[in-house]
Design a protein around this ligand. Sequence first.
Ligand code: PRP
Ligand code: URA
Length: 217
Amino acid sequence: MSLQQHPDVENFSEINHPLLKHKLSILRNKNTDNKQFRELVKEITMLMVYEVTNDLPLTSEHISTPLEDFDAPTLRDKHPVIVPILRAGIGMVDGFLSLLPMAKVGHVGLYRDEDTLEPVWYYFKIPTDSMQRTFYICDPMLATGGSAIATVDKLKQAGVKDIIFVCLVASPEGVTKLCNTHPDVHVYAAHLDRGLDAKSYILPGLGDAGDRLFGTH
Ligand code: PRP
Ligand code: URA
């Protein structure tokens, strides 16, 4: 897959792959129903996970094939931590777990107050024995960046050091704010969109990701 860097920030990559772009276009279509939306979010996440785990360190494990003994490459850390931002991030968890079945899952509960645009906390639970592991925050939407920054802040306060943020659609405003606030966090998106509307929804975007995943609109 090819990665495209953001012109202004080094810690942002857009993932460019024809399959991923195609599926994202179906996802955006307002006629795509909840069932298909959920399936597409999972498939797109799997394609992204393949790329964002590109530099995971390997070790080797001595195994016997039916023919001979062999030092086989295996993942050094089989238990990274996936942290969905509720609700919409939940839609990406299955895609992560399909490729990283041994991962642990933390949960961040916050929503964006639609008047102030400030994130409002209601839940935080992460595996406390995993601070040295890689944490993958997932949320389909990076709009103003408020929810993402609040989540990274909280994980860092808890002692987490290695954080990667994975979203489907990002706004230039959100990318710039998150990447500049946390230059040590690499941010991956399936697409960098044009901008935000007056209510800070991403344009062209895909609408309200949580509502489309769970049929609550
Ligand atoms: C959406 C989305 C992000 C946030 C992005 O969640 O899933 O978490 O908004 O906006 P921001 O970058 O401006 O903070 P929302 O608050 O609608 O909650 P939900 O997932 O429960 O619907
Ligand atoms: N949250 C969403 O679900 N969609 C947007 O476009 C912005 C925030």
